[in-house]
Design a protein around this ligand. Structure first.
Ligand code: N7H
Length: 495
């Protein structure tokens, strides 16, 4: 009974995004909102529409390249954004916080305690920066929009597409529907806009690394109708992403929650000049003199990430970048780690912490053959903020806020985003490698009052610890949302 047309498009396929606006709102008139939402549903981009857009983009690209078709099943951010301006594609999705569901009169418990409590309630355990040293008295250092108590965020409209004009135009359409007949059912809490980076940096996040390479493939979606996962791509149960599907182990959820997904939104500013300065100062001098020898700073950055900026994985090419390999979807994700060694890629490297391919095989069981699979998330973020200015480069300090609007989808927040942050990124002893302590994820690992340390940064002496002077990614808040199925939007949330 599974239909892509019943699932919001950002969850399963991903909306094509060169620009994306996150419009955070509160419901001020629940009755009016329920009526107006009914008229909004036809604007919501479903997963089958999003698939159609990708196919069109791929065909367009193939035609322009003069024949060869793109690789099916996966379109990189770069591929989409490169062509989107000529195709004009705009998508809309909507999701609700627990307080939002209550404002609509929905009393059902979705059985996800982190969603119920809201992200503010998880901030201390995520080890976000803030004041107070207990969960009870903790006040995170977040942007005001995410700290509102009286004016709490009830929902978010995501509008993504090829240009700010088209995306903004679509958002105006959405707002008009939600204020039809002179009754505005919502009030704006905050509007945030993200942009894919310009020119040669498209698809790369602000530290410079290519993003969006590795995503899980979903059973029943990515392995049917002639499609198959890319080499190295994990094929996971549909229920890892969608509630009520095989692999969602939570029982007793309301039936209307089926085919919805929890959306974790995080505003994650990145301190880029400071990051670059660290790489320059702390990398070990090298005397490599072969063609294309990377700089010491590039080597250290790659060891912290587990991939070169091009996207090429260290596990395949540990000493020198390989942009050709990086650009080949048949090869750029086809690797597993050697659980015994961090010579080629540090145990704590961001991509190894977040997907410890083969490192956890000792924990495999008959019912969970791949212990990483239940923790996989669909990543749908977008960078925000301007390029680093010359002045910032010279002074090596951040003046203009920039970073990542992180978005992930999962059927269970305490298995997905929240788990990855707390149990793997922030956990010094993960992956378990006694007597070696891998240390923090140098990119996103967080600690309240501890200087973060990683090992494995120096490939000549992998046990040598490296002090990570500061965090270069620092959360400014966010919220947990539920992105319902189209049926639920039509028949349960609206009236
Ligand atoms: Fe990460 N980055 O650009 O530096 N991430 N991430 N992430 N991340 C990945 O493989 C980045 C964050 C995951 O399957 C790549 O597609 C930045 C959070 C997962 O091999 C790069 C930030 C969480 C993967 C980045 C950030 C994750 C992944 C390699 C914050 C979850 C896939 C590209 C500002 C809690 C791993 C790729 C795999 C990959 C970056 C945040 C999770 C380059 C800048 C908060 C699961």
């Amino acid at each position: 009974d599974f239909k892509l047309s019943n699932v919001q498009g950002d969850i399963i396929v991903g909306l094509s995004k060169k620009t994306e606006i996150f419009f955070f709102f509160r419901v001020v008139n629940g009755t009016a909102f329920r009526t107006q939402l009914k008229n909004l549903v036809p604007l919501i981009t479903t997963a089958d529409q999003a698939t159609g857009e990708r196919t069109a983009i791929r065909a367009f690209k193939a035609a322009r390249a003069g024949g060869a078709n793109g690789v099916d099943g996966q379109t990189t951010l770069g591929e989409i954004t490169e062509n989107a301006p000529l195709l004009s594609v705009v998508g809309v999705n909507i999701a609700f916080s627990q307080k939002g569901l209550i404002a609509l009169g929905i009393q059902d418990d979705l059985k996800d305690p982190l969603f119920t409590a809201g992200q503010r309630g998880d901030a201390f355990d995520l080890a976000d920066k803030g004041t107070g040293n207990t969960k009870e008295n903790f006040k995170p250092d977040w942007d005001a929009a995410f700290l509102q108590e009286q004016q709490a965020i009830h929902g978010v409209v995501l509008v993504a597409g090829d240009s700010f004009e088209s995306v903004n135009g679509k958002l105006e359409e959405v707002k008009a529907i939600l204020s039809a007949k002179g009754t505005s059912s919502i009030a704006e809490v905050a509007t945030l806009a993200g942009d894919v980076r310009p020119g040669e940096f498209k698809g790369h996040e602000h530290f410079g690394f290519l993003d969006g390479i590795s995503q899980p493939a979903l059973k029943g979606v990515d392995n049917v109708g002639g499609k198959k996962p890319l080499p190295g791509q994990s094929l996971v149960d549909l229920g890892v992403a969608l509630l009520g599907r095989s692999g969602d182990t939570v029982k007793g959820r309301a039936s209307w929650a089926k085919d919805g997904s929890f959306l974790a939104f995080r505003k994650l500013p990145q301190f880029v000049p400071e990051f670059d300065r660290f790489l320059e100062e702390k990398s070990k001098p090298i005397s490599d003199d072969f063609d294309d020898a990377p700089t010491p700073a590039d080597i250290l950055g790659a060891r912290m990430m587990g991939r070169w900026k091009s996207g090429a994985p260290l596990r395949i090419t540990p000493f020198v970048d390989n942009p050709v390999l990086a650009a080949d979807p048949q090869r750029n994700n086809k690797f597993k780690f050697n659980p015994k060694s961090q010579e080629m890629c540090p145990f704590s490297a961001h991509v190894r912490k977040m997907n410890p391919r083969k490192d956890l095989d000792q924990f495999a069981t008959a019912s969970i053959p791949d212990p990483v699979a239940p923790h996989m998330i669909l990543r749908r973020g977008i960078p925000f903020g301007p390029e680093v200015t010359t002045e910032e480069k010279l002074t090596k300090s951040t003046r203009y806020e920039r970073g990542l609007y992180f978005v992930s989808y999962q059927s269970n927040l305490s298995q997905g985003f929240s788990f990855l942050q707390k149990r793997w990124a922030n956990e010094k002893t993960f992956p378990p490698q006694e007597p070696v302590e891998p240390g923090f994820d140098p990119i996103i690992g967080q600690a309240h009052d501890e200087v973060r340390v990683m090992t494995g940064a120096n490939d000549d002496n992998t046990n040598e610890p490296l002090r990570l002077d500061r965090q270069w990614v620092q959360s400014k808040g966010g919220e947990y949302f539920f992105s319902p199925s189209i049926e639920a939007l039509n028949h349960v949330l609206s009236s």
